[in-house]
Design a protein around this ligand. Structure first.
Ligand code: CAA
Length: 279
C-alpha cells in the first residue's frame, strides 16, 4: 500500500516520496523506522568535510522532513570513521574576507538544523570543528565509544564559526571550552558523556540503531507536545530562569487547547495506550 501524506506548505496531497526518494550527491536519506527520518553525511573520501553543497543538501533534506507529517524525529549521522571532520578546508583556504562577509558564510548551517522536529545526532569517529558544531546544533547527541570531539580551528589560524565558542562553552563550561578551543586538543566520548555534551555512549556498531530507537520513541509521542518541549528547552538556553519558566508555563497552558492533551489524559485514566493525532 502506498502511504499518502499531507506535506505542509503544499496544496493538496502528494505521495510519500518527497522526503524518501529524493537523491543527493553528499548525503544519504532513509526512513529506518516508523516516524524516523535519517540523514547520513556521505563524503567518505573527505571524512564528511562539510562543503557548501553538502550543507545545502542537508538543509533541503531536513526542511523537507520537518514538513512531512509522517516524520516525528530526525537522526543525523556520518560514518564509523567520521561524523564530520569540519568545514571543508580546501573550499575555505582561498576565501577572502569580502567573500565570507558578503555571502554570510556559515549562516546556512543553522538554517539546516533550525527546524521544529527533534534532531538526534549519532556521532561515530571524528566530530571536529564544524563537525562538532553541527552535532551541537542537534537537540541530543549520542556518541560511539571511539568518537573524537574537538574544535581545532585555532591550528588553522581561525576560530570556530558555526557556534563552537558559544555552544561548547554552554555545554561543558567555560574553563573546558577555553582549554579545547585555545589549544585545539580533542576529547573522547567518555569525557563528552561525563561533561554533559552527549546523552549516552554506545559501542560503535550499536550507536545508530540505538539512536533510531530513541527517535522512534519520540516519534510515537504527540508532535505538538514534542515541538513545545523542544521549543521550551531551547528558549531556556538563551534567556534567564524567570523568562524561561514563564515561557514554559505559557506553552504548557497552550497544550490544553489540543486534542492530544484530552486523549493523553483520558488514556491514562482509562488505563490504555494514548492514540495521539497531532492536533
Ligand atoms: N576539509 C577538507 N578535507 C578534509 C578535512 C576538512 N576539514 N578533513 C579531512 N579532510 C580530507 C583530507 O584532506 C584527506 O583528503 P586527501 O586524501 O585528498 O588528502 C582525507 O580527508 C583524509 O584525511 P587525512 O588523510 O587527514 O586522515 P587522517 O586519518 O590522517 O586524519 C583528521 C584525520 C585528524 C580528522 C585530519 O583529517 C584533520 O585534522 N582534519 C581537519 C580537522 C579540522 O581542522 N577541522 C576544522 C575545520 S575548520 C572549521 O570547521 C571551521 C568552522 O568552525 C566552521
Amino acid at each position: 500500500m502506498i502511504k499518502i501524506t499531507r506535506i505542509q506548505g503544499f496544496r493538496g496531497v502528494r505521495k510519500f516520496s518527497t522526503t524518501k526518494t529524493r537523491t543527493y550527491d553528499h548525503i544519504l536519506t532513509s526512513t529506518p523506522a516508523e516516524g524516523v527520518f535519517q540523514v547520513t553525511l556521505n563524503r567518505p573520501k573527505a571524512l564528511n568535510a562539510l562543503c557548501t553543497p553538502l550543507i545545502y543538501e542537508l538543509r533541503d533534506a531536513m526542511r523537507t522532513a520537518d514538513c512531512d507529517s509522517s516524520i516525528g524525529a530526525i537522526v543525523m549521522t556520518g560514518s564509523e570513521r567520521a561524523f564530520a571532520a569540519g568545514a571543508d578546508i580546501k573550499e575555505m583556504k582561498d576565501m577572502t574576507f569580502a567573500q565570507a562577509y558578503s555571502q554570510e558564510f556559515i549562516k546556512s548551517w543553522s538554517q539546516a538544523t533550525d527546524i521544529r522536529k527533534p534532531v538526534l545526532a549519532a556521532v561515530n569517529g571524528y566530530a571536529l570543528g564544524g563537525g562538532c558544531e553541527l552535532a551541537m546544533m542537534a537537540d541530543i547527541i549520542y556518541a560511539g565509544e571511539k568518537a573524537v570531539f574537538g574544535q581545532p580551528e585555532i591550528k588553522l589560524g581561525i576560530i570556530p564559526g558555526a557556534g563552537g565558542t558559544q555552544r561548547l562553552m554552554r555545554a561543558i563550561g567555560k574553563a573546558r571550552a577555553m582549554h579545547f578551543i585555545l589549544t585545539g586538543d580533542t576529547f573522547t566520548a567518555e569525557q563528552a558523556l561525563a561533561w554533559g555534551l552527549v546523552a549516552d555512549v554506545y559501542p560503535v556498531s550499536e550507536l545508530v540503531p540505538a539512536t533510531v530507537r530513541v527517535a522512534q520513541k519520540i516519534a510515537a509521542q504527540g508532535k505538538l507536545a514534542v515541538q513545545a518541549a523542544k521549543e521550551a528547552i531551547n528558549y531556556g538556553t538563551t534567556v534567564g530562569l524567570e523568562s524561561g519558566l514563564e515561557y514554559e508555563r505559557r506553552l504548557f497552558h497552550s497544550l490544553f487547547a489540543t486534542s492530544d492533551q484530552k486523549e493523553g489524559m483520558a488514556a491514562f485514566v482509562e488505563k490504555r495506550q494514548a492514540n495521539f493525532e497531532d492536533k
